[in-house]
Write a protein that binds this ligand. Structure first.
Ligand code: PLP
Ligand code: CA
Length: 304
């Protein structure tokens, strides 16, 4: 094609690329696993990368699990050498943002799942207690006086009352509006989908008339978290590997990283080529530099 990107890469070229990079940033769902099922060969590749001295970090928009639970998931699925410090989830990074960037003074109202609340608590960020009286309505429920931020994320216990309360807190222009991520939906098996944080964020954006600040991919903040916790992170020596063009490849482009699409998840080659061949130059940020069928394509790079 006339435009750059979407290079199918394998064999010795893949080995050379790996050699040129110090940091490998890995998306999780769609690259390493589908739900509870590991992608064939993924664990061997990741274990080999780590044993060969690569700095491997995980960047996931899934905010439904505290980092300790991720450590367990990694080991359960055969990724044997993953440590807490390598995991950057949108809930953990939201907690860092509130603690270190905002330096929050009041409380946070969380429209999200329990794991999100526990990541905030772990970081010492106070949340509004959310034990809801079954008779409470938006007409009679109490509102906390010191809510300085509303944080929205995936919430499988989402209620109308939570949406209404969050909208009320956001009437105060000094109350920040944050979203863990704005992923629209996630694939489940059998053709089903799981609505993502983005669908709840959109509801709250409409009812509040405001726009959320996004913490997870494609926002650069996750990369700033990595840079602040590891020595010598040079964007030119990082490779971002993911399965979704609109989050992972855009994230890489926003942070000036080389990007690689794996075809084991949401986006396919034709989607990438459509963005590549688009007249609209803003679409070019969704284009991966490289494409592989699977993370398992790295296996030969570790064989003599
Ligand atoms: N958020 C939720 C609630 C999910 O279930 C998933 C994937 O299963 C994600 C986000 C996406 O995670 P990742 O960024 O690792 O693909
Ligand atoms: Ca993914």
């Amino acid at each position: 094609g006339a435009f750059k990107g979407c290079q199918k890469i394998r064999g010795p070229q893949l080995r050379n690329l790996l050699e040129a990079k110090d940091f490998i940033l890995l998306d999780c769902d769609g690259v390493l696993w589908h739900g509870e099922k590991a992608v064939t060969g993924a664990a061997t590749v990741v274990n080999s990368m780590i044993r060969n001295g690569k700095n491997v970090v995980f960047v996931t928009n899934n905010c439904t699990r505290p980092r300790e639970k991720y450590v367990h998931k990694f080991s359960r699925l055969g990724f044997t050498d993953v440590m807490l410090e390598q995991i950057f989830s949108s809930s953990y990074c939201s907690a860092l943002y509130l603690r270190d960037v905002v330096k929050i003074t009041g409380q946070v109202f969380v429209m999200g799942c329990e794991a999100l609340r526990s990541e905030l608590q772990e970081a010492g960020v106070p949340c509004v207690e959310d034990a809801e009286d079954p008779d409470a309505t938006i007409y009679n429920c109490p509102l906390a006086p010191d809510v300085k931020a509303v944080l929205v994320g995936h919430d499988d216990k989402m209620t109308f009352l939570k949406l209404a309360k969050a909208s009320c807190y956001l009437k105060d222009p000094d109350c920040l509006f944050l979203a863990t991520d704005i992923d629209p939906w996630h694939p489940l098996s059998g053709g089903r989908i799981l609505p993502g944080s983005g669908s709840l964020t959109a509801a709250l954006e409409v009812s509040s008339g405001r726009k959320a600040t996004v913490i997870g991919k494609p926002s650069r903040f996750m990369f700033e978290c990595i840079s602040s916790q590891f020595e010598g992170v040079d964007p030119a020596k990082c490779l971002m590997i993911g399965d979704r063009l609109e989050t992972d490849m855009l994230f890489g482009a926003n942070c000036r990283l080389d990007t690689m699409l794996t075809l084991t998840g949401v986006s396919q080659t034709k989607d990438a080529e459509e963005y590549r061949d688009s007249e609209l130059t803003t679409n070019h940020s969704f284009v991966p530099d490289y494409i592989v069928d699977s993370i398992a394509d790295f296996l030969p790079a570790f064989e003599e």
